[in-house]
Ligand binder design. Structure first.
Ligand SMILES: [Zn+2]
Length: 478
């Protein structure tokens, strides 16, 4: 890891030279002044509005505006003072009200966008990225993205200037805040093509390790990051999920052989078994890893190559397991693993991947089929249950299935759809009970009676009838 950081820092240095501005000192100075002017203009507008909000006793919003002014011009003491005063007043005065800031912020964003474009025109892409980042952070929203002229860059699940998106399409990458050209990327990829010195990229929670190209590492990281955000937001406030005290590893391999070798290196006990596209290595110790491969093997051991889109489903499933367990370890029984109510562990991990990420954010989908390899599909869980509505196992019996009996595809489909119903169906009437149960199970504090305790007082017949109606009413997308 340490070694990698040195490599990245060195690369940034070299690239700094490659992408040095096409303008002279004088030109650079005028662009810098343009930024200062744009920031000053936006900060003054926020401060003016903050003062107005203060007069109307809307101190919480006023503080927010002072915060923006302060972030844009940290050198202006009056903005910092304004923030402190507004926070103080907000504690004394509980007037609640909201003011629409959209129109007001438009002028601020426009000023910053102008300065960012000027940097871009002078090939100073890093300075341009920095200003665009500031504008998006301080004034988030669709309107801001439109004013900044951003386009959605799906591989990295992020918004970028068209020029950035083109560079990324051409094989450029941003490493350590600097742009790296394709030749350089290829050189670095060659350096990190073995497990002696793999790519290690991460954010504040996850860490991706791979000998695959940097593009793959960053795509996996982007999707893991967005999925984690969505997952935590989905259960926020209802399930006590606490970030682990270290990085959660995700190991990505190109081949099945590489995956077996990694397992052997990590667990010291490679058993030569064939592995699926992804799995989470449940453990009583913290920071258990997820493994992902582009060459999954079936039960009979035959390996198949898959692409990134096919990898996403199992990746999301296993990252869900990892978050659910690792964020529960703060309160878990660390002497044992889960041995009951296994269906709900799989149910929630398999339900959440039906949220699919696109330009408009995460959307729950109900696909008939999920593409797997170029020539094969997997059946969607909701679709399977919808078609087999009359043949599902009654809930009362389904929830008593022991882990060693829980292994068929049909059981996974039903667990997934039951988790969906308990979280979102029947006007969310059962959501709180079910999440309480998920919390107990993921803390390894469950028993054979956990379901009964969580659903005490619920009429089994009513629950069953509501589930049946839910399954029959599912709208399956072709
Ligand atoms: Zn699973």
């Amino acid at each position: 890891m340490r070694r990698l950081r040195r490599v990245v820092a060195l690369a940034a240095l070299v690239v700094g030279v490659l992408l040095s501005p096409a303008v002279g000192n004088e030109g650079f100075e005028s662009l810098r002044l343009r930024e200062v002017e744009a920031r000053g203009k936006a900060a003054a507008a926020c401060a003016e509005h903050a003062a107005d909000l203060g007069q109307r006793h809307l101190y919480v919003q006023a503080a927010d505006e002072w915060r923006r002014a302060r972030a844009l011009r940290p050198d202006v003491a009056a903005y910092a003072d304004g923030f402190d005063a507004a926070i103080h007043r907000a504690q004394l005065d509980e007037t609640v009200g909201r003011d629409d800031l959209t129109t007001h912020h438009a002028a601020c964003v426009t000023a910053l966008a102008g300065a960012a474009e000027a940097y871009e025109a002078a090939d100073m892409l890093e300075a341009s990225d920095r200003l665009i980042g500031i504008a998006q952070t301080l004034f988030p929203g669709d309107d801001t993205r439109r004013r900044l002229g951003l386009v959605y860059y799906a591989p990295y699940a992020k918004w970028a200037r068209p020029r950035q998106a083109r560079l990324l399409d051409d094989g450029w990458e941003i490493v350590g805040g600097s742009w790296i050209d394709p030749d350089h990327v290829a050189e670095l990829n060659a350096q990190h093509a073995t497990w002696d010195d793999p790519w290690v990229v991460g954010d504040n929670v996850h860490e991706i390790r791979t000998t695959q190209p940097l593009r793959t590492a960053l795509r996996v990281l982007a999707h893991v990051r967005e999925y984690r955000r969505m997952f935590l937001q989905h259960f926020g406030g209802e399930w006590e999920l606490v970030a682990p005290g270290g990085k959660l590893p995700v190991i990505v391999t190109g081949t099945q052989a590489e995956l077996r070798e990694r397992m052997k290196a990590l667990t010291k006990a490679g058993d030569g078994s064939a592995y699926a596209a992804a799995f989470y290595l449940q453990s009583t110790r913290p920071l258990a890893p997820v493994f992902v491969t582009f060459e999954p093997a079936g039960a009979e051991g035959k390996a198949t190559k898959i692409g990134f889109d096919a990898l996403l489903w199992p990746l999301k499933h296993e990252i869900g397991h990892q978050i659910a367990f690792e964020y529960s370890k703060h309160a878990a029984d660390r002497t044992r693993l889960v041995h009951d109510q296994f269906w709900c562990v799989e149910g929630v991990a398999n339900f959440m991947p039906y949220y699919v990420l696109g330009e408009g954010g995460w959307r729950l989908t109900h696909p008939d089929k999920i593409p797997f390899t170029e020539h094969s599909y997997l059946k969607g869980a909701f679709s399977w249950c919808h078609e087999n509505a009359g043949a599902l196992v009654p809930i009362e019996r389904f929830v008593t299935v022991r882990p060693d009996e829980f292994r068929t595809v049909a059981q996974y489909h039903q667990a997934t759809t039951l988790a969906y119903f308990l979280l979102e169906g029947a006007d969310r009437r059962y959501r709180q009970r079910f999440i309480g149960m998920l919390q107990t199970v993921h803390r390894a504090k469950e028993s054979a009676t956990t379901w009964r305790e969580a659903f005490r007082g619920v009429d089994a017949k009513t629950l069953q009838a509501e589930f049946d109606a839910f399954v029959r009413g599912l709208d399956i997308e072709e």
